[in-house]
Design a binder for this molecule. Structure first.
Ligand code: AP5
Length: 213
């Protein structure tokens, strides 16, 4: 099963993708996580991506597509995967479909976690992330067991650089302009499904499971 998670920044794509990956035994592939890992490791890719990410802009398609196609060609993706944060533009979706066509596959579901902009700012300001293992929390809605400490690996949680209110506003504007057209793109392919992302984490997860099963 190949699933694309759509939705605004902070809609909860990553939270749901992680749960789906655990339930269905599929790899969770987040282009944002790949870029953040490279930034942390100080690679050339990380240096290039950081300037775009800190400004709330998209990393150029050419670079992003290359990285994603390379990742999904790995052995662990042969039974499918959950894409979180990719595609984010029509050219990215077309590049993915072209490659899938070549291999005789297709995207099975594009699941849109739908959350209005008003809720997004609140979600982002309360998000805390683990710099070591990538787990995500929310100080109010998904708190860690011990304040400021990752449940999974014990590292100290941090606020993501691009979660500052100014950057979040840019990310939302970029989302509406460049990513939202994917809703029509996947509707035409008859794989688009929307869920109400304002519900609590488990209720959103139940809605997605209903769709997939
Ligand atoms: P990326 O890391 O993909 O960020 P994003 O899409 O902006 O998504 P987020 O990770 O911010 O949010 P999310 O929807 O996963 O929400 P989460 O589950 O964390 O990308 C970052 C940057 O990298 C981009 O801006 C761009 O520069 C670059 N990039 C990445 N991919 C790219 C691409 N394909 N092309 C070009 N550039 C690319 O949840 C958010 C918060 O809400 C958390 O605190 C969580 O605990 C909480 N929460 C989640 N669900 C709920 C719920 N149901 N109720 C209450 N709280 C909830």
């Amino acid at each position: 099963m190949k699933i694309v998670m759509l939705g605004a920044p902070g809609a909860g794509k990553g939270t749901q993708a992680e749960k789906l990956a655990a339930k269905y035994g599929l790899p969770h592939i987040s282009t944002g996580d790949i870029f953040r890992k490279n930034i942390k490791e100080g690679t050339e890719l990380g240096k290039e991506a950081k300037s775009y990410m800190d400004a709330g802009k998209l990393v150029p398609d050419e670079l992003t597509v290359r990285i994603l196609l390379d990742r999904v060609s790995n052995e662990d993706c042969k039974n499918g995967y959950i894409l979180d944060g990719f595609p984010r533009t029509i050219p990215q979706a077309e590049a993915l479909d072209k490659e899938l066509n070549r291999l005789g596959g297709k995207i099975d579901f594009a699941v849109d976690v739908d959350v209005p902009d008003e809720n997004i700012i609140n979600r982002m300001s309360g998000r805390r992330a683990c710099p070591k293992c990538g787990a995500t929390y929310h100080i109010q809605y998904v708190p860690p067991k011990k304040d400021g400490i990752c449940d999974e690996c014990g590292a100290e949680l941090v606020i993501r650089d691009d979660d500052r209110p100014e950057t979040v506003k840019n990310r939302l504007a970029v989302y509406h302009e460049q990513t939202q057209p994917l809703v029509e793109y996947y509707k035409k392919k008859e794989v688009y499904r929307a869920v109400d992302g304002t519900l609590d984490v488990e209720a959103v997860f139940d809605s997605i499971k209903d769709i997939l099963e």
